[in-house]
Write a protein that binds this ligand. Sequence first.
Ligand code: NDP
Length: 439
Amino acid sequence: QRSSPAQAEFYQAAEEVLECLRPLFERYPHYHDHSIIERIVEPERQIFFRVSWIDDAGRVHVNKGYRVQFNSALGPYKGGLRFHPSVTAGTIKFLGFEQIFKNALTGLSIGGGKGGADFDPKGKSDNEIMRFCQAFMTELHRHIGPTCDVPAGDIGVGGREIGYLFGQYKRLTGRYEGVLTGKGLNWGGSLGRKEATGYGAVYFAQNMLAARNEDLTDNTCLVSGAGNVAIYTIEKLYELGAIPVTCSDSRGTIHDPSGIDLELLKQLKEVKRVSLEEYINERPGAHYISTQDYPENGHAVWRIKADAAFPCATQNELTKSDAETLLANGVRCISEGANMPSTTEAVDLFLEAQIAYGPGKAANAGGVATSQLEMAQNSSMEQWPLEKVDDKLKEIMANIYQQCATTAEEFGDPTNLVLGANIAGFRKVADAMIEQGVM
Ligand code: NDP
């Protein structure tokens, strides 16, 4: 029942999952007896807190902080922290809900959680970012721990922020332990974690295409976003012989028909942290489309003709009208690096067209899976070589694809990986909840 407009994104995510569960419940009615649906849509715990911090001019600011500990049937809560001005309790609830099923699909022992704040990191100095992270952790530290809740990064939270958060956790608790993932490489981080979500989304696309006797070689690819997930999606696409021709940020889109200059992109976004508009100063052959010039009801990035598309920025960034254009232009594969980037109507069109469509909760699970590998390294005090982490990531992505495909087949809709992902993820969590008793 929809009772709060502030939770629109959560209802969208929940409705997609619940719609897919119909055939499972028809075949296995015992899930009804245990009221699993009623229990799974309700977070075990939601923590809302004040984050007060002081800017460089000495002024006090107040932001809203959140952590939702959604479901611990399969393991400690695990899920990222998002710092973005658009963050609300509803955003964190939707992301936490998705995280339950994503984490289940990885086959690893991790429950679902998510957190963040309505803080805008744009235009803040390093010292302001540090003071914000310290203030955020001053409250969060009492709710997390290496065997109960292990946050990671998400939009606006990368290596720099994880460093400041970890430093404050250590200062407050006196403990040096694996309480966050995405850490620096010389203080407990895992090789390959930074790259994992983007690489994983491309591995997922490879698996979907291989099942159709196709691959990504020489494919023109569209990527949205210019952050952690987008950059490493582009890197892996190049390694596999594809040609990524776009990226985007919150102000506009770059179309570089000869292929995105990856080193320039990293320089602009990872080092200088500036707008993509500067890209065309170095690459005169590329075009910049400002958000003001985006088509009505859609995003410029999806209006370019391509073989495959990788939405890697944010939720609902690919609309029905974008999906119609992509399909009319002959797209064969969509693999979602972001969480819920396609609207419900867009997803329906992809499923109807029976193209290779990998929903975010399956296609972007490589990040959280590698976070769990970081936890395993921390608890055994080891650091694995990059090849070992990357081999495991490939294996995990192949397993996730197989689970989605075989479950879709089992329920009579073999190309529908949305159905496969939701049923396969749900079943694992629901069975564990039943075995652990009502709580
Ligand atoms: P980053 O903050 O590194 O990058 C986000 C990118 O998307 C930036 O280029 C940003 O633009 C752009 N962006 C963010 N919000 C908007 C918006 N409202 N409209 C337009 N553009 C926007 O985040 P990540 O790359 O880590 O995350 C991207 C997506 O991937 C998210 O959906 C996240 O939940 C998902 N994800 C991330 C994982 C990870 O390991 N990091 C794991 C699984 C999923 P600008 O540069 O202007 O800020």
